[in-house]
Write a protein that binds this ligand. Structure first.
Ligand code: NAI
Length: 251
């Protein structure tokens, strides 16, 4: 059964990693996919992904646009509505980390992480709620992190941005529930992507694995499955929630 037949989905930062996994899974379930990437070096990957997505018989198009910039997010969403007709689902996935102990963290490092991880979620959500409110339906899925719940030494900016996403998610769920627009967050644990490749090496890897009840890192596809659930009507009575996809690391 296809869970998102003919739905229009926007995903930020989907040329690789978890975003790419989400694009593939949602397209497999019949969704048309509009996705963004930010760096020139991702352009070839984005084009290749477009072709793969079209292989599922859906429309797919990528935009090179910075989700952290308000005006860019506004024109991205306007373009998508023009080309695809509406937006049913928005997955705010784009994120970066610039880890440093607070003693050494510069204002520029702090600002960059907050802008890319948190402000982007405001930028995108503010735009997509217009078509969603008009349609009286919609699902917004925000990518938080286990670090936003537990914190971590050396990751204060990342943790603050991901905790901020949780507060934002709950507030939007309150604001838009009456319009049948749902807003939820996912808190992944350690997922194997470019962002976490360094965790797989040596002793550090063993120490991390010992803390995960399921005894392994997660995959982008596993986060994509959680996203599919929250994007689709399978979760029609769920809003303002944070679902942990972390192999039990949070217990
Ligand atoms: P990744 O680094 O592989 O992919 C992130 C994507 O976001 C890249 O394609 C990048 O180009 C894009 N991006 C970065 N800044 C952007 C901007 N300003 N505008 C548009 N796109 C931008 O990372 P990964 O692992 O796939 O992470 C995806 C999301 O999941 C992030 O929000 C991350 O914080 C979150 N997450 C990842 C975990 C992991 O273990 N990999 C754990 C918990 C959360």
């Amino acid at each position: 059964m296809k869970l998102l037949e003919n739905k229009v989905v926007i995903i930020t930062g989907a040329a690789r990693g978890i975003g790419e996994g989400i694009a593939l899974k949602l397209a497999e379930h019949g969704a048309h996919i509009a996705f963004s990437y930010v760096s020139d070096s991702s352009a070839d990957k984005a084009l290749a992904l477009e072709e793969k997505l079209k292989g599922f018989g859906v429309n797919a198009k990528s935009w090179k646009t910075n989700a952290a910039n308000f005006e860019s997010a506004e024109s991205f969403v306007n373009d998508v509505v023009k080309e695809f007709g509406t937006v049913d689902v928005c997955v705010n996935n784009a994120g970066i980390s610039k880890d440093n102990l607070l003693l050494r963290m510069t204002p520029a490092q702090w600002d960059e992480v907050i802008e890319v991880n948190l402000k982007s979620v405001y930028n995108m959500t503010k735009q997509v709620i217009r078509p969603m409110m008009k349609a009286r339906k919609g699902s917004i899925v925000n990518m938080s992190s286990i670090i936003g719940i537990r914190g971590n030494a050396g990751q204060s900016s990342y943790a603050a941005s991901k905790a901020g996403i949780i507060g934002f998610t709950k507030s939007i769920a309150h604001e838009l529930g009456s319009r049948n627009v749902r807003c939820n967050a996912i808190a992944p644990g350690f997922i194997e992507t470019d962002m976490t490749h360094y965790l797989k090496e040596g002793e550090a890897s063993k120490a991390f694995l010992e803390k995960i009840p399921l005894g392994r890192f997660g995959t982008a596809e596993e986060v994509a499955n959680t996203t599919l659930f929250l994007a689709s009507d399978m979760s029609s009575y769920i809003t303002g929630q944070v679902i942990s996809a972390c192999g039990g690391l949070n217990i």
